[in-house]
Design a protein around this ligand. Structure first.
Ligand code: ADP
Ligand code: ZN
Length: 301
C-alpha cells in the first residue's frame, strides 16, 4: 500500500530541492541543498526520501525535473542519465538508476522546464491548454513544450535556450557567454549574461537602465520565433529575470511589434497580457512540476 503522496526532486545546476507533495500539488515537506557531486547529491536526496517514508509511509512514485541535457527516452540505453554537460562530474550520471535502486518507486523523469510546464498545465497558468511553452530565464535559459497535451521530447528534448537570435553587434557588442555558442539566446539574455555585460547583478539594474530594453528585445525575438514555430496557446516566462515587473510589459510590446500583425489570433492581438504571462505557481512551478511528473509516471505505469 502506498500513501497517495508523491516524491519530487527539482534538480538544478546549483541546488537540489526535494519534497513530498499531495495529489493536488501541495508541498507538505521540503528540503534544499547545493548540487555537488552526483553521488553526494543523489545520496542526500535518497536519505531525505527514506526519512519521509518513515514518517508518511511508502510514497506512490517519484518525479525528477532535472537540469539537462538529459536522456528522457525510456527505451534508450542511457534513459535517465545526464548527457554531456560542462557541469563537473555529471556527464553520464545515472540519476534515475540510482534513485530507483535505492527507493524502488515508479519514476517520472524530464527536464526541469518540461516538468514546470506539466505543473503549470495541472495547477497553474496553463490549465485547460493543450499546446503551450514554459521558459525559465535565470542562471540559464531553457524552454519546455507541451504539444497537443503531451510534453515534447523528439530526438532528445528541446533546447530552446540555445537558439541563435539576430545579434546587432553595433547596438550590442557583448559577445555572449554561452560556452558552446557565445551569443545564443542564453548567451545574450540569461541572468549571468546581464551581469557580465553590465558589470552588476540583474537584480540591481535600475528600471530605466538600457539593459532592460535590450533584454526585452532578445526575449521578444525568441518569443516571436517560437510563436511562429509552435503556435502556442500561451507562453509562460519563469525564472529570476522576469521577476522584474517592468520586463514582461516590454517583452509583450516588442513581441507584438516583431510579429507585425501576421498571426491573426485574438489571444495575441487583443490580449497579449494574458498570452505572455508569469507562472501561475510562481516560484513553486519547478517543484510542483516534479510532483506532476511523479503523478504522470504512476498514471502511465
Ligand atoms: P536558477 O536559474 O539558478 O534556478 P534563478 O531563476 O533565480 O535561479 O536565476 C538566477 C539568475 O537570475 C541570476 O543571474 C540572477 O542575477 C537573476 N535574477 C534572480 N532574481 C532576479 C530578479 N528579481 N530580477 C532580475 N534578475 C534576477
Ligand atoms: Zn548556447
Amino acid at each position: 500500500m502506498t500513501n497517495g503522496l508523491f516524491g519530487a526532486i527539482e534538480g538544478g545546476g546549483t541546488k537540489f530541492v526535494c519534497a513530498v507533495g499531495t495529489a493536488d500539488g501541495q508541498i507538505l515537506v521540503e528540503t534544499r541543498f547545493p548540487t555537488t557531486t552526483p553521488d553526494e547529491t543523489l545520496g542526500r536526496a535518497i536519505q531525505f526520501f527514506q526519512e519521509q517514508s518513515t514518517t508518511f509511509g511508502k510514497l506512490s512514485s517519484l518525479g525528477i525535473a532535472c537540469f539537462g541535457p538529459l536522456d528522457p527516452t525510456p527505451s534508450s540505453p542511457t534513459y535517465g542519465h545526464i548527457l554531456a554537460t560542462p557541469k563537473p562530474g555529471w556527464t553520464g550520471a545515472d540519476v534515475v538508476g540510482q534513485m530507483r535502486a535505492a527507493l524502488a518507486l515508479p519514476i517520472g523523469f524530464d527536464t526541469d522546464v518540461n516538468g514546470a510546464a506539466l505543473g503549470e498545465a495541472r495547477w497553474g497558468a496553463a490549465q485547460g491548454l493543450s499546446t503551450f511553452l514554459y521558459f525559465t530565464i535565470g542562471t540559464g535559459i531553457g524552454g519546455g513544450a507541451m504539444v497537443e497535451g503531451k510534453l515534447l521530447h523528439g530526438l532528445i528534448h528541446p533546447e530552446m535556450g540555445h537558439v541563435l537570435l539576430p545579434h546587432d553587434t553595433v547596438r550590442d557588442p557583448f559577445p555572449g557567454i554561452c560556452p558552446f555558442h557565445g551569443d545564443c539566446f542564453e548567451g545574450l539574455a540569461s541572468g549571468p549574461a546581464l551581469e557580465k555585460r553590465w558589470g552588476q547583478r540583474a537584480e540591481t539594474l535600475p528600471t530605466d537602465h538600457p539593459a532592460w530594453k535590450l533584454e526585452a528585445h532578445y526575449v521578444a525575438l525568441a518569443m516571436a520565433g517560437f510563436i511562429c514555430a509552435f503556435s502556442p496557446q500561451r507562453i509562460i516566462l519563469g525564472g529570476g529575470v522576469p521577476q522584474q515587473p517592468h520586463l514582461l510589459p516590454m517583452v509583450r510590446t516588442e513581441t507584438l511589434a516583431l510579429l507585425a500583425n501576421y498571426i491573426q489570433a485574438e489571444e495575441i492581438l487583443d490580449h497579449i497580457e494574458r498570452y505572455i504571462v508569469p507562472p501561475g505557481l510562481g516560484g513553486r512551478a519547478g517543484i510542483a512540476g516534479a510532483v506532476a511528473l511523479a503523478q504522470q509516471a504512476l498514471e502511465e505505469a
